[in-house]
Design a protein around this ligand. Sequence first.
Ligand code: GTR
Length: 393
Amino acid sequence: MKNLLLLLALVVLLTEARAQNYDESKVPPYTLPDVLKTTGRKKVKSEKTWENVRRPEIRKLFEDNIYGQTPTRFDSIRYVVSEGQSVMEGRAKHREVLIEVFRQGKQVKIDLVLLLPSNVEKPVPVFVLINNRGKENTDPSRKIKSDFWPAEMVIDSGYAVAAFHVSDLAPDNKDTYSNCVLQLYPEQLAADNGMRAIGAWAWGASRVMDYFGTDTDIDAKKVVVVGHSRGGKASLWAAAQDRRFAICVTNCSGNTGAALARRQFGERISRINTTFPHWFNNNYKKYNDRENALPVDQHMLIALVAPRPVYATNASKDLWADPKGTFLSLKNAERVYGLYEMRSALPADPPGINEPIIRSPLAYHNREGEHNLTAYDWGNFIHFANYHFKISK
Ligand code: GTR
């Protein structure tokens, strides 16, 4: 009996070791799907063919095989807005925004935390965080401060800063994730290519974008969507679909975020689907241990955001999220930016730790440290937005 248990433990350990490779020399050879070749095997040479043929094709492949469809119809949307307190010694003002979306007698409520800089010419650009951590991280009263959402830094840079919590859209739990947005769209739950939690979070980001379009203090043409880790998978999916987002920031988003799947480095599809079965659609489960069978890889998700700027990051100790695979994903999206005459400034090989490449439509850094979203990251995102929005500082 004891031997059997030992053997079992060994099998589990070996399976785990196989599932998580951290050794660059063990990355298998792979060929990425060609982002600029249509499924009919035609080369995409112009912005027009990209926009009209290849881009919609890739978007559908991501919908069908990974994130699910994103329904855009609902019966009505309502914004309940009230002025809150002045915070940060008067440097900012809290605006309470409740977004209510209705469909077929069902309702979703999104609590948008919004702080606007005072004494600044309006409308202002805005950073909005898809918050996947505790709500205390985005405390509008500023009694609690957190580097996960360093509101003072963003406000003092002349931006509004906003956040909403993923649990308002889909609780991050395999048993309860369908309690919010998916109540509005039960048909999605029944479909193998239907929306799941990450899709619902991205849907929420678009409803926040709807609101920004109605707030005259916000420059809705300058909205930066930010997400960390699972939130970073959602920020990328949101920006890929909703072209109203001007800039996308995907922080430490790793597997099924900004990192290439085919490298099979760190977290893999089989693992993410097992631990978080509620994040992606049923079809994605077909690719467990079959990365090469996917008709897409994550460089194509970044390419969907083109020509809008994308900033992807990693942390040096976060091998789980594959820093090199994230960098390579950006590199492999460069050809699509090239169609728009946008030149990336990324070097051929990943830059060193804490050496951000910011003045580029495709930006990257690998911060020293652990898996997290920090003031260092935010400082770079602000520089990135200043650069692209032509705000001189
Ligand atoms: C991990 C997961 C990652 C990432 C992370 C997070 O457990 O494997 O894909 O999303 O959680 O969200 O912090």
